[in-house]
Ligand binder design. Structure first.
Ligand code: CA
Length: 225
């Protein structure tokens, strides 16, 4: 689950990033409107946390841009301005929640969890697909109710695959979602195939069907058909 944090108070942005990374999210930071807009144009994010007052623009315009051109799903506004108008404007154009500064990082985390649950997992902490069950609050995966031991990257990949069933995911998109935006600066992403191979083997060895299918020369898909 990859998050973009747009916040010009660098220390705050970094502490949010650190906290949410500890909660298992892949976090990227943008400190102004322009770099946030550039990032949205270059990469995909599952959720964005957006400050309204940015030095070179307004977070509301960024949300408008996001809703119009990009597929980032969840949006949480953070703002020092507690005026009703900002809040209504943000929610009206499609933000999912709103938090007034100063806030507790644990509260932001709870709101983010709730947005993610609502948008990606139909309101539940559990994703169940046939014999596979993912407990997203405990970050655990079960096959036929038996806990299987996945690395964090394998877990993130499974979540990404299962949220994109039957879609071919390129190694570039897997790299960026699971390792972060810097993945596109690496010379080779072939190491991702090793991680997929390990994930696939663990699932099969524990009694799951073989859902992870190599689409030659393109990537992999979680094939349920
Ligand atoms: Ca600000």
């Amino acid at each position: 689950m990859k998050i973009l944090i747009v916040e010009d108070e660098v220390a705050l942005a970094e502490s949010i990033g650190q906290y949410l990374s500890g909660e298992g999210y892949v976090c990227e930071l943008a400190f102004d409107y322009t770099s946030a807009s550039d990032k949205f144009n270059s990469y995909q994010y599952d959720c964005a946390i957006i400050d309204i007052n940015l030095p070179d623009g307004n977070g509301i315009d960024l949300i408008r841009e996001l809703k119009e051109y990009h597929t980032t799903s969840g949006i949480i506004i953070i703002s020092a301005r507690d005026s009703l108008n900002d809040r209504i404007a943000g929610l009206n154009i499609g933000a999912d929640d709103y938090l007034i500064k100063p806030f507790n990082l644990s509260e932001l985390n709870a709101r983010l969890k709730s947005v993610v649950r609502r948008i990606f997992f139909s309101g539940s902490n559990e994703i169940i697909f046939n014999e596979i069950r993912i407990d997203t609050s405990a970050i655990q995966v079960f096959v036929n109710d038996k806990l299987i031991n996945l690395t964090k990257k394998e877990y993130d990949m499974l979540l990404f695959f299962i949220s994109n069933k039957n879609r071919v995911l390129t190694k570039e998109s897997i790299g960026e979602n699971v390792w972060g935006d810097y993945a596109d600066t690496l010379n080779s992403l072939d190491f991702i195939y090793t991680h997929i191979w390990n994930l696939r083997k663990k699932l099969i060895d524990n009694g799951a069907k073989d859902y992870l299918q190599n689409v030659y020369g393109v990537g992999y898909k979680f094939n349920t058909l």
